[in-house]
Write a protein that binds this ligand. Structure first.
Ligand SMILES: NC(=O)c1ccc[n+]([C@@H]2O[C@H](COP(=O)([O-])OP(=O)(O)OC[C@H]3O[C@@H](n4cnc5c(N)ncnc54)[C@H](O)[C@@H]3O)[C@@H](O)[C@H]2O)c1
Length: 289
């Protein structure tokens, strides 16, 4: 397939592009200038003409370009880049017969990560059917972009997959590793994250699976690691920090396993065949450094 990766020069994009290039012809659309030797379109996803040019002749698009976390001073950009960018990608996909869309959504669509006042899940683990109450424009535009996919896909014969990525762990970035590891000593620091994470290489795996997914027309999946970043059993974290949660479910062995994640990845496992390969314990050498 010929695949366009928007935001393909970013932290996730680089790893995704490398993984997809083994099987597909890959083009990149990014506001940044790409290195020589890569097929890059320089352009902004909020510009419909730039998106249309890059989408010509593609079979699929992986849409990563976005402001990747919440910036309180950049509200207008969230609408322009995160929301309108997705709209432009879907419009171009429909007009140019690009049949597949893999969208990088976020667990921020549920609202727990950046809440202003403590938000408590209705039940645990949080699965795809859990109510979504985004608590900032980042989470809101991620959820709205999924809803755009949902509105376009059945009507126009697209197959769209939204991947609700956990907070991504880049193992080669020491600061990033230190931040996650700080939750081991001080679990309260990971509480609004629900101690959740995903290795960037597993994100690339999920994207590749999303591209080959033949179901649809639009499906959303949590994509995370298969454990929590904690030295204690998951139920101890729940008891200590989320005792208000009314219902604990046995999704993916949540009640019987020692350290299951608090965002369930059972659906991605079952439907996409997703199998996370990398976990925080592999990174001990960074922690020791
Ligand atoms: N990093 C995380 O923890 C995380 C978690 C969940 C979801 N996501 C999503 O994954 C995607 C990629 O995130 P990342 O961490 O690689 O971010 P990043 O900032 O490292 O990469 C984003 C890339 O998109 C490009 N870009 C930004 N605005 C653009 C625009 N208007 N037009 C074209 N290109 C533009 C940037 O130049 C960059 O190369 C985002 O959609 C983000 O919301 C990230």
């Amino acid at each position: 397939m010929r695949v366009l990766v928007t935001g393909g020069l970013g932290r996730i994009g680089k790893v995704v592009v490398e993984r997809l290039a083994a099987e597909h012809e890959v083009d990149i659309l990014d506001v940044a200038e790409g290195p020589e030797g890569k097929r890059c379109f320089v352009g902004n996803v909020s510009d419909p003409a730039a998106v249309a040019e890059a989408m010509a002749g593609q079979d699929a698009v992986v849409h990563l370009a976005a402001l990747y976390r919440y910036y309180p001073e950049r509200h207008a950009e969230f609408v322009e880049v995160n929301y309108k960018g997705t709209f432009n990608v879907l419009e171009a996909a429909v007009k140019q017969g690009v049949g597949k869309v893999v969208y990088a959504s976020s667990i921020c669509a549920y609202g727990f990560l950046n809440y202003h006042e403590k938000l408590v899940p209705s039940y645990l683990p949080v699965d795809e059917g859990h109510p979504k109450t985004p608590s900032d424009l980042y989470g809101l535009t991620k959820l709205q972009s999924e809803q755009l996919c949902q509105a376009y896909a059945p009507r126009y014969g697209l197959r769209a997959v939204s991947l609700r990525l956990a907070t991504v762990w880049f193992p080669d970035q020491l600061e990033n590793t230190r931040r996650f590891y700080s939750w081991l000593a001080a679990p309260e620091q990971g509480a609004n994250y629900l101690w959740n994470y995903v290795d960037v290489r597993d994100v690339a795996q999920a994207v590749a699976l999303g591209l080959s997914y033949e179901g649809g027309p639009h499906e959303a999946f949590n994509v995370g690691a298969d454990d929590a970043v904690a030295d204690v059993p998951t139920r101890d974290l729940v008891r200590r920090f989320y005792s208000e949660v009314a219902e604990l479910r046995n999704t993916d062995g949540f009640l019987t396993r020692e350290r299951p994640p608090l965002y369930a990845i059972a659906r991605a496992k079952e439907v996409l065949g997703y199998r996370p390969q990398h976990g925080w314990r592999d990174y001990a050498r960074f922690y020791e450094a």
